[in-house]
Design a protein around this ligand. Structure first.
Ligand code: PGA
Length: 258
């Protein structure tokens, strides 16, 4: 695993954007796995800036989002469809038909989940997956005790996730209880993964994911089994890492590595 500790959340976002840009420059028709939430907002702002100012091209890019709330229509302001459109897609030149986000409203969720998995394969698999991490160590909506081999499916959200997300809804009872989410197994098939985390609230989850045992209780810990994963975190999210100085030493020595 590569662990990059940046002084600020802005630097975290810029580092992540450089990784995305490098993938797109190497493979203009790359398939990106995308995340929602507050963590990737700075990354998306930076990608929009790179598109406008540096000509970063999304015309051949395909995207798959990790998850969506069950029951929210595409135009609901808290839906992840709405989030992605507002924060990224409407500002870049990605063709609409190349965007995939799980459907929050469908009459056959099982069939939809199966189609989503097949569609990822049809598009050649995910080249770069962007992840955040929940305070309970989840990736996407793979809550504690999710199978590490899980595929796209409906999950019942944990109390902590519902409480964490309540800030976005006008009433706590409006927060959806179910979501469609890619599974841990789906995520693990991405060629390359970057996980972003910032703030003290994520420090325990980041430490457990990187330094704890691989366990379905912290689904981000499954990333220890991935061959190309990069954690990009700010100082606050890195605070509980026991080997923090070692990771910073590696980071400092990286440019001169043979
Ligand atoms: P956040 O959510 O970026 O809003 O903190 C991350 C997550 O729950 O995966």
């Amino acid at each position: 695993m590569e662990i990059i500790i940046q002084p600020t959340v802005e630097e975290m976002s810029k580092t992540a954007a450089r990784v995305v840009a490098r993938v797109l420059n190497t493979k203009p028709n790359a398939v990106l796995g995308l995340a929602t939430g507050s963590t990737p907002l700075g990354l998306y702002q930076e990608l929009v800036r790179m598109h406008r100012e540096d000509g970063l091209d999304f015309s051949q890019v395909t995207t798959f989002n990790l998850d969506e709330y069950v029951g929210l229509k595409k135009n609901h302001p808290q839906s992840y469809h709405y989030f992605m459109h507002e924060n990224l897609f409407k500002h870049i030149n990605i063709p609409k038909e190349n965007i995939h986000i799980p459907m929050g409203t469908t009459d056959n969720y099982a069939a939809f989940c199966q189609w989503y998995e097949q569609r990822i394969v049809q598009c050649g698999g995910i080249d770069l997956q962007v992840l955040g991490i929940g305070a309970d160590g989840h990736i996407a909506f793979n809550e504690p005790a999710s199978s590490l081999g899980s595929r796209t499916r409906i999950k019942t959200l944990a109390r902590q996730t519902i409480d964490d997300n309540a800030r976005f809804f006008s009433k706590p009872e409006e927060v959806p209880i179910y979501a469609i989410t890619m599974g841990v197994g789906t995520i693990m098939e991405a060629q390359k993964i970057i996980l972003l985390a910032n703030g003290t609230k994520k420090a325990a989850a980041v430490a457990a994911a990187i330094e704890g045992p691989v366990t379905g209780m912290i689904t981000a810990s499954a990333l220890q089994l991935h061959r190309d994963v990069m954690f990009i975190v700010d100082q606050e999210a890195a605070a509980d890492l026991k080997m923090r100085e070692y990771y910073q030493w590696i980071q400092a020595k990286m440019p001169d590595a043979p």
